[in-house]
Design a protein. Structure first.
Lengths: 336, 286
């Protein structure tokens, strides 16, 4: 898997290479998703995939710190909420366009990541996890009680006529779809690069054995912080997008602990610490829950959660590497 | 000033429930190093058992205490044999994911079966209040705390004064050495889950006497019991118990000085600070 020299690409991008093996898969996937909303025009089904993108991006962001670096973060909702609230607040109070709001949200999330990470990264694995869990709770409670951010009601973005500048599209969901799609491509490309970069190797070393890594001269806290910042920035950006997509931002929808844990669970289902794991996870869980809810559970009876809970239990017991693990096993089987 | 003491004492009563739940959580962690994120969901189930026994059969929650303990012990063994056993030696992530999954399953199952309404037991044997000096206490509340204290007493006696208790301590200290000495660790783990969840069963039955029941009620209690475990120290059951009492007191006292809605934030802040400053808590071993 690791090539000879990871930082220098000596082979140019060319059509034959693009069509080889796993690259072909990626190209096909991109074409599929690009064409999807043009073929399946029903808003319900387009909306499902938009949500898949949102979660796939957020789960991949978690994957950077939780999967690659091995630091199980349960406070990702805080960054998502930070991005969402920043964008919404700037829009409502200062008429700042969402595109800038997204960047602002990302920056603030990064700052928050450093503030959170600095004291907590010295904690060992499980303590870090429950510390972030506590932080997530604190964040939700504080925002719930901050009238500046709308308290329990939250911030409602004004519904404006269709405009690219203000990221509002009402005649069709397509622009939202493609914006999310582009963010997804950027995120996955970034993580693909990260995986093969020096930082990526350092993170994996830290995950495998932090003490050994440190004895080799790797500044674990620095790289954990970098990973956390990247993770927070991405989550902040997609949080900002989400705010402009649904036009309502409140502490119950963007800051719940269920959001943080869902990112984790999706990544595990798909394959934690792998490039495509979060996408597989999101692509399976999101449609599963949306369709179950749409067709079976108008009463909010929790059937969708039950199905995905059973799924996660089965996966963790029988194939902890998730779907990526299943794929590997199949490949090994076929290669014999 | 009197209000503060009154509030603190009321908090202390609730604290006994947190304490017992935390003791159960810590018991499991101490023996096998597994943080059980489904502890709260199990509490929720035990509360529902007590509620339905009362609603359908008129059984007062007091009588459900031993029944609940038994039922939850069975559930605990089920969780262990059904899945937890396989992740005992796995990464923290696997353990967290499994127990999160079980918690989701319980909660969504409860939502599906019993809907999200708040249910309250409102006619029971122990009712009304009692006045001790300038302070008032609800009788159900008082009864609950007495039962929890007793349950903990039994747990403490079991761990420290019985042969089996010493076996359990041995496994907590060094699993491999214990196995080399001929201890059946599998049996100890099973017992650990059974007892850990039996604590939750008892706590659930008594909490139902003064707290409403709904599918996500476990969340609140389990987070507080996490705080209690951290305060008291991972690995120390008595520490967790004291931690629970502290949480109960702080939660209520904080409610006097800040917005009641923010009192949970104060508790979590304390939790966070303890983790940073003294992660092994007051009596912890890890």
């Amino acid at each position: 898997m690791p090539q000879t020299d990871s930082t220098v690409r000596t082979r140019p991008i060319s059509l034959p290479r693009l069509l080889k093996g796993k690259n072909l898969g990626v190209v096909l996937a991109i074409l599929f998703f690009a064409a999807y909303p043009l073929v399946i025009t029903s808003p319900f089904y387009v909306q499902i995939i938009i949500r898949v993108f949102v979660y796939a991006i957020a789960a991949q962001a978690w994957n950077i710190i939780g999967g690659y670096a091995g630091q199980v973060s349960l406070c990702q909702a805080v960054f998502f909420g930070m991005g969402a609230f920043t964008s919404a607040y700037l829009m409502v109070h200062y008429d700042i366009i969402p595109w800038i709001g997204l960047i602002a949200g990302a920056i603030l999330s990064m700052v928050l990541a450093v503030i959170i990470g600095f004291p907590t990264f010295r904690l060992v694995g499980r303590y870090f996890a429950i510390a972030t869990m506590g932080l997530g709770e604190i964040a939700q409670i504080i925002v719930l009680n901050t009238s500046l951010l709308g308290g329990a009601v939250g911030i409602w973005l004004p519904v404006l006529p269709d405009s690219f500048k203000y990221m509002q599209f009402h005649k069709s969901k397509l622009p939202y779809y493609y914006i999310a799609f582009v963010i997804a491509i950027a995120t996955y490309a970034a993580v693909a690069w990260l995986e093969k970069s020096k930082i990526g190797y350092y993170l994996r070393a830290i995950k495998a054995d932090q003490q050994a890594a440190e004895s080799l001269g790797i500044d674990s806290r620095k790289y954990k912080l970098i990973a956390f910042m990247i993770s927070a920035a991405i989550t902040g950006i997609i949080g900002g997008f989400y705010a402009n997509y649904v036009l309502v931002v409140d502490p119950f929808s963007v800051l719940p602990r269920s959001f943080s844990s869902m990112l984790l669970l999706m990544s595990v289902i798909g394959g934690v610490g792998t490039l495509w794991g979060p996408l597989y996870g999101a692509a399976i869980v999101m449609p599963l829950t949306e369709l179950t809810r749409g067709f079976l559970g108008a009463g909010g009876r929790g059937l969708d959660v039950m199905i995905y809970a059973i799924l996660i239990i089965i996966i963790i017991l029988f194939e902890p590497q998730g779907i990526q693990g299943v794929i590997k096993r199949v490949k090994v089987r076929l290669a014999r | 000033m009197l209000t503060v003491i009154q509030v603190a004492l009321t908090g202390l009563l609730t604290g006994f429930a947190y304490a017992l739940i935390a003791a159960g959580l810590n018991f499991i962690y101490g023996i096998m190093g597994l943080i059980n994120f489904s502890h709260g969901a199990s509490l929720m189930l035990s509360m529902y058992f007590a509620y339905w026994a009362w609603a359908l059969f008129g059984i007062d929650p007091i009588f459900m205490i031993p029944i609940n303990a038994l039922l939850l012990a069975v559930i605990g063994v089920g969780i262990y044999k059904g899945g937890a056993r396989r992740v005992i030696n796995s990464s923290f992530l696997s353990q967290a994911v499994l127990t999160f999954g079980i918690a989701s399953l319980f909660v969504s199952g409860a939502q599906f079966l019993w809907e999200t309404n708040f249910r309250l037991v409102d006619a029971q044997i122990l009712e009304g209040g009692i006045t001790v000096g300038p302070f008032e206490f609800g009788l159900p509340h008082l009864g609950a705390s007495v039962v929890c204290a007793l349950a903990f007493g039994i747990l403490y006696w079991f761990i420290n004064k019985t042969e089996m208790g010493r076996v359990i301590q041995a496994v907590s200290e060094d699993r491999q050495a214990a196995a080399l000495m001929g201890i059946d660790t599998e049996r100890v783990f099973t017992l650990g889950w059974a007892i850990g969840l039996a604590c939750v069963g008892v706590a659930g039955a008594v909490v139902t006497t003064f707290f409403p029941v709904f599918p996500t009620v476990g969340d609140r209690f389990v987070l507080y019991s996490f705080v209690a475990v951290v305060l008291g120290g991972f690995g120390s059951v008595s520490g967790a118990f004291i931690g629970g009492l502290v949480v109960g007191i702080i939660e209520n006292v904080a409610g006097v000085f800040v917005l009641p809605a923010m009192k949970m934030a104060i508790v979590y802040a304390l939790f966070f600070i303890t983790l940073l400053v003294r992660p092994m808590g007051l009596f912890g071993r890890y």
